[in-house]
Write a protein that binds this ligand. Structure first.
Ligand SMILES: N[C@@H](CCC(=O)N[C@@H](CS)C(=O)NCC(=O)O)C(=O)O
Length: 87
């Protein structure tokens, strides 16, 4: 099972979309809420190569990007492979 991490805020629309996509895939993920704990934000920005928007998503420590990046990867057929799904 891939290790999936998402930095997010509780209610941002792109975070909601990212949660929905990951839930639709049936995978579990660790979520770090940077609005609840702002001390997480510098780590997010560093790991995301300077990107400051939420969400920022990582699969097995590989930076995927935001929701749009993850959705594009899904459309290309690459997301399931990274998630370890056999479809
Ligand atoms: N294209 C990005 C857009 C993300 C985005 O605009 N997130 C907003 C919150 S919903 C944000 O973080 N805005 C503040 C910023 O860009 O620093 C994605 O798909 O994740």
């Amino acid at each position: 099972m891939a290790k999936i991490e998402m930095y997010a805020t509780a209610s941002c629309p792109y975070c909601v979309r990212a949660r929905t996509l990951l839930q639709r895939k049936g995978v579990s993920y660790d979520e770090y809420l940077v609005d609840a704990d702002p001390s997480l934000r510098p780590t997010m920005v560093s790991r995301a190569n300077g990107r400051t928007s939420v969400p920022q998503i990582f699969i097995d420590d590989r930076h995927i990007g935001g929701y749009d990046d993850m959705a594009a990867l899904d459309l290309e057929g690459g997301l399931d492979k990274l998630l370890g799904l056999n479809t």
